[in-house]
Design a protein around this ligand. Structure first.
Ligand code: C2O
Length: 599
């Protein structure tokens, strides 16, 4: 179901509505001293439109509590989080807690028409979940449509035993760095256009912690940039989140190196590099030592895009400043040292960066199972379907008689229309226990040279590989199944990478490669010793990534590309994990009041 939208602008909410309530109540615990007892952390998120002005343009922006990015939620492992969402915006929306396991708590995962009905304008919804067995950097974002472009924030989980239990030296300070985009558009309308195959919509800039920085100006007035103050010799932990809708980013700080210590809230073997590459949905924690000559240095974020013959889209670099206290704070921009950025087409750098991540000290759900029960090979790409349900149509004249879609194994996802999938599954409402309108095939319908660059331009080679269909795609797994998926990026109409995100589970990244996956030779490369664990796996441009996960969390979990245009165009499926044999392995009923207000 696509979000209903009221055309009324009278719902503009005053800044006064932007009130955060943070109440921390300590739950009684038998042990008094460290480790700290589990707490309940409570927030109120008022979603409303506020006017913001950048580059001489004042526009209404839909945000939480008047802030962009929204509030940071800071908790300790094992805490309970309660967030009351008050929707004062004109849009239907939900909030998703990206990377939170939500063990046996799928009702609180926040995906419209998958786990719940969207929160309507003037409606409320309270989310409640715990963060047991997880620590590191996660985030939250709207999951209805492109709205997540402005509705997002960090979710930071600290270890129960304090910073001393980090598997790296305790940093002097911890700093969230959120990469985003500045959209001068009605994002709900952008979403509708993409889901109808109209895709000519772009952001107007990129941001670090909501700030555009001095690469953007209007009438000679430079935009404010994010400033990180550092003391000489001290170590900082940057918690980097790519909340952008469209691009992977290179991140560099002139004169400084990063040591990556975690990704997607899982520790990794410390890896020192001068450039971080981060895809939408991913988080990277990195230590930075302030060991350069005191002065000012740019922190730069540069989007990546596939080279021609892919269609080139407007992309914007952004930068903030790292500045030493007690150093030269001359106001001239010319004194700031700039890093040399990789080329925007240097996609192979992203491949190597991601290949260098290996796991460290896995906490929960930690051991890599030796073999898989289920094996899927899933192609990711674009395609087209005939409009108005026609079986055949003239190709190449889109958007007239056919429309561009994105798909997994040639099926393009569309939302359930009447009942959210989790509800249909839980109450067996589908008729013969069938939920959704099609299964996700285990293989693409036909084998071809998936990464042949000849497929990128519209034409006969690509057309032969039609048709594509649209459906509410569901794949079932038994509780405890070990699932292997090889994701294959294709050259179908583009050669993008695909950051694939699975809700409710982390995935072990067993291997990745460029070109077509070949089980006979590539399975030997699987890392079953210390693979990185991710909730978002970057499937490289014209390459593949092999993952393994244990389907041990009963519910209906969205699996999708975290490029918002791919998601809006249908690169998604729902994984249903069935109940296990005991109450402890089964999904409890929805929380009281959950269905209230359901149509
Ligand atoms: Cu961060 Cu389903 O998304």
């Amino acid at each position: 179901m696509k979000p209903f939208r009221s055309s009324s602008s009278s719902l503009l909410s005053p800044m006064a509505a932007a009130v955060t309530v943070v109440a921390v109540s300590i739950i009684l615990s038998a042990t008094a001293v460290p480790p700290v007892a589990a707490a309940t952390v409570e927030h109120t998120f008022v979603v409303s439109q506020v006017n913001m002005t950048h580059m001489c343009n004042e526009i209404p922006v839909t945000v939480v509590n008047g802030q962009l990015p929204g509030p940071t939620i800071e908790v300790t492992e094992g805490d309970t989080v309660i967030v009351h969402v008050v929707n004062k915006s004109p849009y239907n929306l939900t909030i998703h807690w990206h990377g939170v396991y939500q063990m046996r708590n799928c009702w609180n995962d926040g995906v419209p028409m998958v786990t719940q009905r969207p929160i309507r304008p003037n409606g409320n919804f309270t989310y409640q979940f715990d963060v047991a067995g997880q620590e590191g950097t996660l985030w939250w974002h709207a999951h209805d449509a492109f709205l997540r472009g402005t509705i997002y924030g960090a979710l930071i989980i600290r270890p129960r035993n304090g910073a001393a239990s980090y598997p790296f030296p305790k940093p002097h300070k911890e700093i969230p760095i959120l990469i985003g985009e500045w959209w001068e558009k009605d994002l709900a309308a952008v979403d509708r256009n993409f889901s109808r195959g109209l895709y000519d919509e772009f952001s107007s800039g990129s941001t670090i912690n909501g700030k555009l920085g001095d690469l953007f100006n209007c009438s000679g007035v430079f935009e404010d940039g994010y400033v990180l103050d550092v003391e000489p010799g001290k170590t900082y932990l940057l918690r980097i989140i790519n909340a952008a809708l469209f691009s992977e980013y290179f991140i560099k700080i002139a004169g400084h190196k990063f040591t990556v210590v975690a990704a997607d809230s899982n520790y990794v073997t410390p890896y020192t590099t001068d450039v971080i590459v981060i895809a939408p949905g991913e988080t990277m924690d990195a230590l930075v030592v302030a060991d350069a000559a005191p002065g000012r240095y740019y922190i730069a974020a540069q989007p990546i895009q596939a080279p021609p013959p892919d269609t080139q889209t407007p992309e914007f670099a952004t930068r903030g400043t790292l500045q030493y206290t007690g150093g030269v704070t001359n106001s001239s921009r010319a004194d700031v040292v700039a890093p040399e950025m990789p080329h925007q087409h240097d996609t192979i750098k992203s491949f190597y960066f991601h290949g260098n991540l290996t796991g460290l000290r896995h906490r929960q759900r930690a051991r890599v199972p030796a073999r898989a029960d289920e094996r899927l090979y899933v192609t990711l790409g674009l395609g087209s379907i005939c409009r108005h349900g026609r079986k055949s149509c003239k190709r190449g004249d889109e958007p007239k008689s056919n429309q561009l879609i994105a798909n997994m194994n040639n099926v393009s996802f569309h939302d359930a229309t009447a009942t959210p999938i989790l509800e249909a599954h839980y109450y067996r409402r589908g008729g013969n226990g069938v939920v959704g309108t099609a299964g996700l095939p285990d293989h693409p319908p036909s084998a071809f040279n998936y990464t042949d660059p000849a497929l990128i331009p519209f034409g006969p080679v690509e057309m032969r590989l039609e048709p594509t269909s649209r459906a509410t795609v569901v794949r079932r797994f038994r509780h405890g199944d070990v699932v292997d998926i090889v994701f294959q990026s294709t050259a179908m109409l583009q050669s993008d990478s695909n950051p694939m995100h699975l809700h409710g589970h982390d995935m072990f990244v067993l291997a990745q490669g460029i070109g077509n996956y070949d089980a006979a030779k590539d399975e030997a490369k699987f890392n079953l010793v210390n693979p990185a664990r991710k909730n978002t796996v970057l499937v490289p441009n014209l390459g593949w990534a092999a993952i393994r996960f244990v389907a041990d969390n009963p519910g209906a979990w969205f699996m999708h590309c975290h490029f918002e245009f791919h998601l809006a165009m249908g690169m998604a499926a729902v994984f249903i994990v069935e109940d296990g044999p005991t109450p402890n392995t089964s999904l409890p009923p929805p929380p009281p009041g959950f269905m209230e207000g359901s149509p």
